[in-house]
Ligand binder design. Structure first.
Ligand code: FLV
Length: 405
């Protein structure tokens, strides 16, 4: 048990200067904290003050599901963080606690059940086929980011949302600025408000002319009085940006992992039925992001792994370190397709568990199975040193993924 006087001595504030990492390298600071100081205090490059940083699997599950840790209490506080701005709008579901959180999610939950999403599969597969036809026509070498990982997730979420073709390049640009720490606060806030105006207009048009898409569902929820316009817009924005961006990067990281683990790739070619299991292990293994995202604030004193966290203090936790916790995963730093019970936390935990997890899995399955089936000799077209990795990114991924076949 700690007392206020001893906290500063026992938990010196570590400055976490988030470095750009290459490939799928695991952040050395995160690894060190997990193994040597599983609950610590950190200061990140933006915001003010410091925060607790919780790394172990069980502790991360506790912090992310116990109602004494609030997201709502983050709003309006200049919490220490990686990005210069906050990603979601203040009204967004990401900042809500139950019961408001439950109300906000309900409006869109139906579109993201496994059953609803299965209806998207044929269209998504056709889109992937068309993109790969084009890539094959152009011939090798080809950049998979340009041909597949960029356009496919953007097309899938835009179809679901109801964003028309001609607006998608704009969406991609706003999203990239919004989900990066590289452009500064002003540009990021501008991208956010541009996207918010866009969705305000889109939802208004759905009220006049209802359509069977997510924008239509959200507009209907505002008409019924279940959501305010600001809430509906904030949900649309978060879904559109996160879906396109997260899957673009994560699916590219999956392909990169396979191309740099040729035995694993060969095994998947020989045993296609292994794919869903392989995807779960890739989700566990891939460090999806730099540093940590949205924090929580303790609403009363709570003990985490024997450490007293006081009411009002800020807590960051990491799904990445949880996924490497040796108490839960044997040889956690190895990619192992035979691993059993891969209860990874890559989609989070608790009320904010990723709404799009089934959609992300579906898209990853289509991307990997299509590449495997169509390109039996797929390999990197350039030396590893020539692959560029995004800098100052929140979500990690390559800028280019040059392949040949
Ligand atoms: O990386 C972050 C992020 C990504 C995302 O796809 C959605 C988000 O709401 C966030 C976020 O809030 C904070 C991040 O650092």
């Amino acid at each position: 048990m700690t007392t206020t006087e001893s906290v500063a001595d026992e938990f010196p504030v570590r400055f976490w200067n988030v470095e750009d990492l290459r490939g799928l390298d695991f952040d050395p600071f995160m690894a060190q904290q997990l193994h040597e100081e599983p609950v610590s205090r950190v200061k990140l490059p933006n915001g003010e003050g410091h925060a607790w940083f919780v790394t172990r699997y069980e502790d991360v599950k506790f912090v992310t599901s116990d109602p004494r840790f609030s997201r709502q209490a983050v709003v309006g506080r200049p919490i220490t963080r990686l990005a210069p701005h906050f990603i979601p709008l203040d009204e967004a579901v990401g900042f809500a606690d139950p019961p408001e959180h439950t109300r906000l999610r309900k409006a869109v939950a139906k579109a993201f059940t496994a059953r609803s999403l299965e209806r998207l599969r044929p269209g998504a597969q056709r889109a992937a086929n068309a993109l790969l036809d084009e890539m094959e026509d152009e011939g090798p070498p080809a950049d998979l980011m340009r041909h597949l990982h960029g356009p496919l997730p953007l097309a899938v979420i835009s179809d679901l949302m109801g964003v028309p073709q001609e607006d998608r390049p704009r969406m991609a640009e706003w999203t990239n600025i919004q989900l990066s720490a590289a452009y500064g606060r002003e540009a990021s806030e501008k991208a956010k408000s541009g996207m918010a105006s866009y969705f305000t207009e889109l939802l208004r048009s759905r009220l006049e002319e209802p359509r069977d898409d997510l924008a239509g569902d959200l507009a209907e929820a505002t008409r019924e009085g279940d959501l305010s316009t600001e809430e509906a817009v904030a949900i649309a924005l978060l879904i559109q940006a996160s879906a396109a961006h997260a899957v673009r990067n994560n699916s590219a990281n999956m392909v990169y992992a396979l191309l740099t683990h040729p035995d694993h790739l060969a095994r998947l070619r020989a045993e296609p039925a292994l794919l869903p299991q392989a995807i779960e292990e890739l989700l566990r293994y891939i460090p999806h992001r730099n540093a940590v995202g949205l924090a929580r604030v303790a609403t009363e004193d709570v003990e985490v792994a024997g450490v007293r966290i006081r009411a009002g203090e800020v807590v960051h936790s990491s799904y990445l370190t949880a996924n490497r916790d040796p108490a839960v995963f044997d040889h956690p730093d190895e990619l192992d397709f035979d691993r059993e019970h891969i209860a990874h936390l890559s989609f989070g935990h608790g009320p904010h568990f990723c709404l799009g997890s089934m959609l992300a899995r579906l898209e990853s399955e289509i991307i990997l199975s299509s590449l495997i089936a169509r390109f039996p000799k797929l390999r990197l077209a350039e030396p590893l040193a020539d692959i560029r990795w995004q800098r100052s990114a929140l979500i990690r991924g390559p800028e280019n993924l040059p392949v040949t076949w």
